[in-house]
Ligand binder design. Structure first.
Ligand SMILES: *Cc1c(COP(=O)(O)O)cnc(C)c1O
Length: 298
């Protein structure tokens, strides 16, 4: 669903937001898109188990737990950080995944780094039996195919499409589905230049740009300015943003508007990928540090 943002911008610029967050109250919209064809493939291969990887607050872990259970799969999450084993009840993401029936295996950060090695996967196969493996963050060719369904023909009116970037799967699907007059801007939620090469491997045109100035220090990092922005935006529009992805992206777009990046009369579409389940966990961290928290309706 597209929603016009009821704010006035200079240069007759207009902003619309695609509410993929409304696909589910807890699971990120783009994670459903990324799982759609993977779950179909797992059924075709007669797999009973899905196995995937993620950190403590992973939107992808929550999505696999939920969507996997809904399609009748057992789900296994390989979780980064052994110390989390006894802290499931303090972690809203892991608690949700567990309630969906996900079985966890907690591994050290050192072991987690080896997760793509054949020896690591072979060991898992011995322990867990046969499974359909979904990479960390859920990005593979089938995920990108799913994300090519985010834009629809009604989106042809827009000049720019803006979206948050983690592993690059979501933006790759969007890039592959845009029209010749459109441009995609990606706002990475983490530091590092590797993303451009990842995306280049997946896409078929060059109508895109990565804007790396708005990661706020790296993945999962926030500051008071970002929290204040998210709260102000929520107050003015009633649209909640998450602190890991969409908050940083919308902050970046607003800043670029201020800096006259966009031509006059630009019609901009923001993709709200979701991630709202991450607010609870972030607020627990902020409270511990006695910092302002994110206003929330949930
Ligand atoms: C995972 C996620 C992203 C990033 O998606 P990638 O395909 O990994 O780039 C963006 N927004 C939200 C809310 C997410 O959960």
């Amino acid at each position: 669903m597209n929603q016009k943002i009821p704010l006035l911008f200079p240069n007759a610029i207009s902003l619309t937001i695609k509410r993929e967050d409304l696909l589910h109250p807890f699971v990120s919209g783009n994670k459903f898109r990324k799982l759609k064809y993977n779950l179909q493939q797992a059924k075709i291969q007669n797999k009973e188990k899905l196995l995937t990887f993620g950190g403590a607050f992973s939107n992808h872990i929550a999505a696999v737990a939920y969507a996997g259970a809904a399609r009748g799969f057992q789900t296994i999450g390989i979780i980064r950080g052994e110390e989390l084993r006894n802290k499931i009840n303090e972690n809203p993401t892991l608690q949700f995944a567990q309630e969906c029936g996900m079985h966890f295996e907690f591994v050290t950060r050192a072991a987690y780094r080896l997760k793509n090695e054949t020896s690591f996967l072979d060991e898992l196969k011995q322990k867990q039996g046969d499974f359909y493996c979904i990479p960390e963050g859920g990005t593979n060719a089938l995920a990108i195919q799913g994300c090519q369904e985010i834009l629809t023909h009604e989106d042809a009116v827009f000049d720019f499409v803006c979206c948050a970037v983690g592993t690059g799967g979501t933006i790759s699907g969007i890039i592959n589905s845009i029209l010749p007059h459109q441009k995609v801007l990606g706002f990475p939620a983490l530091k590092g230049d590797f993303l451009k090469d990842e995306i280049r491997n997946f896409v078929q045109n060059e109508q895109w740009e990565i804007i790396s100035d708005y990661h706020f220090g790296g993945y999962g990092k926030v500051n008071e300015e970002l929290v204040a922005f998210i709260n102000q935006f929520y107050g003015e529009t009633q649209i909640p943003l998450d602190p890991i992805y969409t908050g940083k992206m919308v902050f970046g777009v607003m800043d670029l508007i201020k800096k006259d990046y966009f031509p006059k009369n630009s019609k901009i579409l923001l993709i709200h990928t979701g991630g709202l389940q991450g607010i609870q966990g972030m607020n627990l961290k902020l409270k511990k540090k006695q910092l302002p928290t994110i206003d929330t309706h949930v």
